[in-house]
Design a protein around this ligand. Structure first.
Ligand SMILES: Cc1cc2nc3c(=O)[nH]c(=O)nc-3n(C[C@H](O)[C@H](O)[C@H](O)COP(=O)(O)OP(=O)(O)OC[C@H]3O[C@@H](n4cnc5c(N)ncnc54)[C@H](O)[C@@H]3O)c2cc1C
Length: 474
């Protein structure tokens, strides 16, 4: 039977625990196997809680359950954990699946991750903007004071614009994250013009910079997300883990109990059949029931597929997409050695931003090589990979010279259709995780579409389940 229960919120009565049920629910007798990960779907195995999806949200939910010693199994459809946050090793180059940066000030991440173990490498705090055939630097005055003084006179924005950036910083630092995510909202572009920023700085800096973060060139994304990211950027550094962005979910997975994560385990439906609690059906026919509940940590569009066509209350808007192209180059065949992000402020062409990943962390490539990462906003469905490659090479030849760019070797192109959910107003960035009896949701669409939002939503879903079952003091 498909999902036929009402989606209204209901609070379940707490479970009373006998010694036997306690043994089942809590991680009391888990044998110490060598790995958390099983490459095959579970066979005749179940656990009190079933988590569907091994991205940051699912792993964070698992971490919270584990902190209360609640036993769970996590089912991941693909061949590794991480979801959208994965890194491929290609010829000794670490290719993150799309341009991603980790901001150290993310509040939930600070609670969950061990930054020392991630060995984070910093970007330059600012950017180099290609405009009118030249590069212009914008710099954070608190971190690169002399660069920022020099940049006062550049054509990217007026002195007033730079003062308004400082005032925006003071404004967001004066608010809590909850206040920011629940504040009244407008599209980011409207916020920027309400603040008084000139068209020049909006088009040359904010559009490529925040457009690149939201995958939204029009800057229609909610001002709540702009303020949240702006605050995190003010408080922390932009970084990359030495071994690639995929180390972040890997670190979370490594701290979970052995044998708790099942890879290649695609869930096809979540049903209520004849029971009060949801059952989970895998692609291989296996049916699992979580005695305490099920946490769905899949991408927003997948939920409706799994819930047999049931629509979520909010109508979805078109998702955000990106294309990322990687090139290898000889170390002496790149124009700079600093870890700076280049932005396209020219208003022309298809490249939005690019950087030399090995300048941020040399471990992203072999010793004598440089890794070039180029990002476009959108999916470019009508263009072939070869066509895009040719256009990108042509465009960057205009930036750095054809003799240099002509020697770069294309490594791989990633087309990422679902990079982020669309978070244009109206948004609800504090959605209730409970969807039905014993059924909880988490994922970046529940809060802010960031690493941090995904992790926060995972914790909240786990806490909603624990709270309903009176299993933890929250
Ligand atoms: C290119 C790119 C760049 C980004 N850059 C940044 C950035 O710089 N900073 C930032 O904060 N955020 C960034 N983000 C956003 C961030 O990556 C996401 O918000 C976050 O990773 C979402 O995590 P999640 O767990 O909600 O979803 P996902 O990572 O999508 O995880 C969902 C998981 O569910 C699994 N799954 C799906 N269907 C099933 C099924 N039927 N059965 C079992 N498992 C299933 C999937 O395989 C996946 O592992 C970026 C995203 C992309 C794509």
């Amino acid at each position: 039977m498909a999902f036929t229960r009402s989606l209204s919120i209901s609070v379940l009565s707490p479970v009373s625990l006998t010694p036997n049920t306690a043994q089942r629910f809590f991680n009391l007798h888990i044998p110490h196997a060598s790995s958390q990960l099983s490459p095959n779907p579970p066979h005749h195995k179940t656990a009190p809680v079933i988590i569907i999806g091994g991205g940051l949200a699912g792993l964070s939910a698992a971490t919270r359950l584990h902190s209360e010693n609640i036993s769970f199994i996590l089912l991941e459809a693909s061949d590794a954990v991480g979801g959208r946050v994965r890194t491929d090793n290609v010829d000794g180059f670490l290719l993150d699946r799309g341009f991603q940066i980790f901001i150290t000030a993310y509040p939930e991440a600070q609670k969950l991750l061990n930054y020392d173990e991630l060995n984070l490498h910093k970007f330059y705090s600012g950017a180099r903007i290609f405009y009118d055939g030249q590069f212009h630097t914008v710099a954070d005055p608190l971190r690169h004071f002399s660069d920022s003084i020099l940049s006062l006179a550049n054509p990217i924005g007026s002195v007033l614009d730079k003062l308004l950036i400082a005032l925006t910083r003071i404004r967001v630092l004066g608010k809590s994250n909850d206040e920011i995510l629940g504040a009244s909202e407008v599209p980011t572009i409207e916020l920027l013009s309400n603040i008084g920023f000139s068209d020049s700085i909006i088009n040359k800096f904010f559009r490529p910079f925040f457009g690149g973060i939201f995958f939204d060139k029009e800057l229609e994304t909610t001002s709540r997300l702009f303020d949240f990211i702006f605050k995190c950027l003010a408080l922390g550094d932009n970084t990359l883990p030495a071994k690639g962005i995929g180390e972040i979910p890997k670190q979370l997975a490594e701290k979970l109990p052995s044998g708790s994560i099942f890879l290649n385990s695609k869930v096809v439906s979540v049903d209520f059949d004849d029971s009060d609690l949801p059952t989970v059906r895998l692609e291989n026919g296996e049916i699992l029931g979580g005695e305490l509940g099920v946490i769905m940590a899949v991408e927003e569009p997948v939920i409706e597929e799994i819930l047999a066509g049931r629509r979520l209350p909010n109508q979805r808007k078109p998702a955000r997409s990106t294309v990322c192209l990687y090139f290898s180059a000889d170390r002496d065949k790149i124009p700079v050695s600093d870890p700076v992000l280049f932005l396209n402020g020219s208003g022309k062409g298809i490249v939005n931003n690019m950087f030399f990943a090995t300048n941020v962390a040399q471990s992203y490539g072999p010793m004598d090589k440089a890794l070039v990462s180029v990002s476009l906003i959108g999916l470019f469905e009508d263009a072939s990979d070869d066509g895009l490659l040719e256009e990108v090479i042509g465009e960057l030849s205009g930036w750095f010279g054809a003799s240099m760019v002509g020697e770069w070797r294309h490594l791989r192109t990633y087309r990422i259709e679902f990079a982020q959910p669309n978070q244009c107003p109206p948004t609800d960035l504090a959605k209730n995780p409970q969807l039905g009896p014993g059924l909880y949701l988490c994922g970046d669409y529940m809060t802010s579409a960031t690493f941090d939002g995904a992790m926060l939503s995972g914790r909240k879903a786990a806490e909603a389940l624990l709270g309903d079952r009176a299993l933890a003091r929250l």
